[in-house]
Design a protein around this ligand. Structure first.
Ligand code: ARG
Length: 462
């Protein structure tokens, strides 16, 4: 091979020697960006069609490009495409194969385009498709949550603050808190999608192109809502990848919190829930163990997505306009974020509907820890005591119960009346956990009636 032949044909013209073997490998991205092959082909098809319609390419060239790219896509789908590191990236691999298949028409595809606007288009399309898949998985998880919440609308469990027993709540209410968090996650991804859905195509290398291109046309063919308004910004902007990773980091923070609760609740000390065996694994040394691996891994994987968000922010912070090769480093964090988010959502969406509540254990725990103390204070307020004074009385009642080694509802009426003459026989209805949850009957409250109302509203919307 002559020295000239060894250089990359896409830019070899001005080079006197071939690329150093290590540098070729170091700068190549094909091993990871080939994942965007379908988006790359879609972008090329739209670009070619626009060029034909604008009279920049002949109809015959357009037709050859269309058939050639269909064949390239078929080869990729069949796993027969031969990827070459020497051809650097997904864009040049596909263009080279196209040219091998159809000749000169393939060489004309890159008219009025640069890899800079091409890659920006590809990642936007890729991220948009990822958002659509993630949205569907969030919705599947939400459906599972609603299914269990409906089943457990009346189930009483302890609600915690500081992980100390605070007040009784319903399990359905707790589950619907997760549902609400996921609504916001979905909103963040949709918001990101709206901003990313504009076409960089036509920005070319950085300044635009001298051909009479119709940017709106290729944008429309690709399902974009419009075009990027500044060519420099179009090729250098990666905000959407950062926003996507930020939405993913927040989603995984939420999933990690669910995971933490499931892990705690599934432990021998709590025994609030039972995770199906198929989502757990055993221990090679302790035969009794059933480990909640799936939630643990979701909690663990959250860290790498935070890392990817930090990587992208750092990647962009010092780049001058417009495109810089640094941008090639956007892909691996983005792709791994997509994989991680989809994997974690799948693990949760598959598992959630099969979550078994250990209702008796939850109820027993809800009755411990003086969880109806606030209800007693509210009772005293209804009888005319100021809240701060009521708080004081109940504090003394709790101290008395600790002394006697019993719970609040087990204190004899005489003891309670010794603390406040306002207390009557009717206090015992207030001190039950059922009375406690039923009393919180307003929008957003924990009463079973409210849980059922929220579920009905969710179902009416979907
Ligand atoms: N592989 C490159 C990337 O991912 C494609 C764009 C390269 N452009 C260039 N002028 N070298 O960013």
């Amino acid at each position: 091979m002559s020295q000239k032949e060894a250089t990359n044909s896409a830019w070899g013209g001005r080079f006197q020697e071939s690329t150093d073997a290590f540098v070729a490998e170091f700068t190549a991205s094909v091993n990871f960006d080939r994942r965007m092959a379908t988006e790359d082909i879609a972008g090329s098809l739209a670009h070619a069609q626009m060029l034909v319609e604008a009279g920049i390419l002949s109809a015959a060239d357009g037709e050859a490009i269309r058939t050639g790219l269909a064949q390239v896509q078929a080869e990729i789908d069949a796993g027969e495409f031969v990827w070459s590191v020497a051809l650097e990236d997904v864009h040049m691999n596909i263009e080279k194969r196209l040219t091998d298949l159809i000749g000169d028409a393939g060489k004309r595809l890159h008219t009025g385009r640069s890899r800079n606007d091409q890659v920006a288009t590809d990642i936007r399309l890729y991220t948009r498709a990822a958002i659509d898949r993630i949205t569907a998985e969030i919705e599947r998880l939400q459906q599972g949550i609603v299914t269990v919440a409906e089943r457990e609308a009346d189930t009483i469990m302890p609600g915690f603050t500081h992980l100390q027993t605070a007040q009784p709540i319903t399990f359905g209410h707790h589950l619907l808190a997760w549902y609400e968090m996921l609504c916001r996650d979905k909103g963040r991804f949709q918001d990101c999608r709206r901003r990313l859905n504009v076409s960089p195509l036509g920005a070319a290398a950085l300044a635009g192109t001298t051909y009479p291109i119709v940017r709106e046309r290729s944008a429309q063919l690709l399902g974009f809502d419009g075009v990027c308004q500044n060519s420099l910004d179009a090729v250098s902007d990666r905000d959407f990848a950062i926003e996507f990773c930020a939405a993913s980091a927040t989603l995984l923070m939420h999933l990690s919190r669910f995971a933490e609760e499931l892990i705690l609740w599934n432990s021998a000390a709590f025994r609030f829930v039972d995770l199906p065996d198929r989502f757990c694994t055993g221990s090679s040394i302790m035969p009794q163990k059933k480990n909640p691996d799936a939630p643990e891994l979701v909690r663990g994987k959250t860290g790498r997505v935070y890392g990817h968000l930090t990587a992208l922010l750092t990647l962009m912070k010092s780049q001058p306009l417009a495109y810089n090769k640094d941008n090639q480093e956007d892909k691996e964090p983005l792709f791994d974020t997509v994989d991680t988010v989809l994997g974690c959502l799948r693990a949760f969406a598959d598992m959630l509907p099969h979550l078994q509540a250990q209702r008796d254990n939850m109820l027993a725990a809800a009755k411990q820890g003086f969880s109806t103390a606030t209800d007693l204070a509210d009772y005293l307020v209804r009888k005319g005591l100021a809240f701060r004074d009521a708080h004081e009385v109940v504090g003394k009642a709790v101290a008395l119960a600790i002394d006697k080694g019993c719970d609040l509802p087990e204190l004899p009426l005489a003891d309670l009346q010794g603390l406040s003459p306002l207390i009557g026989e009717d206090v015992y209805a207030v001190l039950t956990v059922q009375g406690s949850v039923n009393a919180r009957n307003h929008i957003g409250g924990t009463a079973p009636a409210q849980v059922k109302a929220r579920i009905a509203a969710i179902k009416a919307l979907s």
